[in-house]
Design a protein around this ligand. Sequence first.
Ligand code: CTP
Length: 394
Amino acid sequence: MIFPPVLQIPDPILNIARSLEHAGFEAWCVGGSLRDRLLGHPQSDFDIATSATPDEVQRLFPRTVAVGVKYGTVGVLDPDRVLHEVTTFRRDVSTDGRHAVVQYGVSLDDDLARRDFTINAIAYHPLRHEWRDPFAGKQDLEGRLIRAVGNPAQRFAEDYLRILRALRFSARFEFAIDPQTWSAARAAASGLKQLSAERVRDEWFKGLQTARSVRRFASLWREAGAASVWIPELEQGEKQTSPEPPASVRDPVLLTALLTQAPSTVLRRLKASNAEIERALAIERGPEQPAESFPTAVRRWLSQVGPAAPDLAALWMLRMGKEPAWSPVVEAIRERGDPLTRADLAVSGNDVQALGASGPDVGRVLSALLDQVLEEPSRNQRDQLLHQARKLLQ
Ligand code: CTP
């Protein structure tokens, strides 16, 4: 791989870089988007690193947003109101494993030196078409290697999240982790306790969403010691025999359920959203499949699992690597619109009350009617059900 002599840079980024350079500052493209571009992956927006301080950036551009001014990042809005991140060259003066106190007035090379991995420490000048790669990131892109910039132990102690980033990048690009970086990551794994659940969740989810092999990603978490700190369930639960999930399945809730037997516990610990935790709980409650593949059994199962049915079916497919025999039965039931809940019945609770039922009897009768209708959907006729209800109340 060679650095392309000229990179196509989108106009809004070029315009920001021009403004900065005309005002006497340096402006370079940096970070993950450059790495992704060099690897031929669809890239996100380019980040700009500059010698201008956040104040100077804010003064120079008419519309800015203080996205992370404490860490040197100002969002510059282009004429279409799209935000681009411009970050001042910085050096981390001190860190506590999560946050850094930063110092400005340093060079581009100093800024690249405080970055996590060599493949993330490359810079490109969008106007002069010049490359800066002081840590041989290009060589590691070619050699498919995740290697810390400088001293790996120091890099991880500055920000323990970098351990999880190493695992994520390794799984996403199928790059090996350099032995020294790997042993430093394992040695530092207990520091992961200091991270907030939200940051860990973001890494876990992003990793599941981008890994070429989800199973390899999970293995990396185990081998690095990240699983024992944050997801010990990963060490017990996995059914190693089930196949690798296809690339089309990248739903982190479903994949957490595939990889662990207590996904709701994991997601709660990682402070996932209530909706995500609810989904995991419903998956755990199951049952994971209908008792039999006959329409009646499948209707009973659909009625019992409610909105969890698609997740349970997807999980079954992931575990078994094939479509379940009952899946066409589910489709046919959905197509016909067979009644599956009390709300689908041709009689209501009020109807049952009007027959003289009260309190828990109403629910009991409706359940019994639903049961009959699940057995035979053609029984869902108002007169017939009222007749049955009267009989049940005798
Ligand atoms: N960075 C770092 N340490 C971190 C996070 C980020 O050194 N804990 C540096 C890296 O140089 C990284 C850049 O900041 O390339 C931008 O970070 P970010 O946008 O979070 O990640 P990307 O590398 O762009 O990757 P992705 O967007 O895929 O997460």
